[in-house]
Design a protein around this ligand. Structure first.
Ligand SMILES: Nc1ncnc2c1ncn2[C@@H]1O[C@H](COP(=O)(O)OP(=O)(O)O)[C@@H](O)[C@H]1O
Ligand SMILES: [Mg+2]
Length: 253
């Protein structure tokens, strides 16, 4: 099993979209029943991308009840196993975050116990910025993908991310992390300039595949489908296919 965390310091950069669309591209590459996605973000939006109806019980409430994470998995029509964060009230969320803050290895242990991702890849979506959720993924991930927009706002978050990675490297010295640019539009001068600046600054730590700004990503979400299904010939789908192949190669190294 390989665990990949999809993270960022800033919200709204495309973490959840990338988690869902990359999962679907990975499933096209590796076949059904090899890919799982875990929603560790209280926004509880990941299942929406797969057209899965919101069940009341998800990862959060289930954990508070002391049950195993595997109990909330839902098989999507795209051959991807989805574990939604689920609905919760404030007491549930506080209890869940308390549990996570006192057991740094909770996620890794739960996934292993449930056999989630056996022989395959698990993608985990987390909220933006430092949190108990981010710490969980740093504790068990094999690789971290940091999603960035090619704008000044995202550029400004790179030092904070790097500092977090440095702090975490005490616990996980060999953990690989790569930046992925999302919503790239080379027709915009600022977008082009920031892309070049980030490529120069981050060198080989930036993925060679960027994701284009593509309206089909937003439309696919409205239709509750992964973009590779909704618009297989589109730019974002081609990027996701390439990103999936690149990720498989990295995980096999
Ligand atoms: N490559 C893209 N092209 C166009 N729109 C995108 C792209 N990636 C994400 N979006 C849109 O940006 C918004 C934020 O994406 P989301 O995945 O929810 O971000 P996050 O999880 O980081 O908060 C959504 O409306 C999504 O459809
Ligand atoms: Mg999100």
């Amino acid at each position: 099993m390989s665990i990949v965390g999809i993270v960022s310091m800033k919200g709204g950069v495309g973490k959840t979209s990338t988690t869902a669309n990359l999962a679907a591209a990975l499933a096209s590459n590796l076949g059904p029943n090899h890919i799982s996605v875990v929603d560790l973000d209280p926004q509880n939006a990941l299942h929406w991308h797969f057209g899965i109806n919101d069940k009341k019980l998800g990862v959060c409430k289930n954990a508070v009840m002391g049950a195993n994470i595997g109990d909330v998995s839902v098989e999507s029509q795209y051959g991807i196993l989805c574990l939604p964060y689920g609905r919760f009230n404030e007491t549930d969320r506080e209890a869940f975050e308390h549990l996570l803050s006192h057991d740094a290895g909770w996620l890794g242990e739960q996934l292993e116990e449930a056999g989630i991702g056996d022989g395959g890849i698990v993608l985990v979506d987390v909220p933006p910025g430092p949190s108990v959720y981010l710490k969980q993924i740093f504790a068990c991930a094999d690789l971290i993908l940091i999603v960035l927009l090619a704008d000044a706002g995202s550029y400004a978050t790179v030092p904070a991310m790097e500092s977090w990675l440095k702090d975490m490297s005490v616990l996980r010295p060999k953990l690989d992390s790569y930046y992925v640019l999302n919503q790239v539009d080379k027709s915009q001068i600022l977008n082009r300039d920031v892309t070049e600046l980030l490529q120069h600054h981050l060198g080989s730590r930036i993925s060679p595949i960027s994701i284009h700004l593509d309206e089909a990503v937003r439309e696919a979400l409205a239709f509750r489908q992964p973009v590779v299904v909704y618009s297989p010939q589109g730019k974002a789908s081609a990027d996701m296919t390439q990103l999936a192949a690149w990720l498989i190669e990295k995980l096999n190294q």
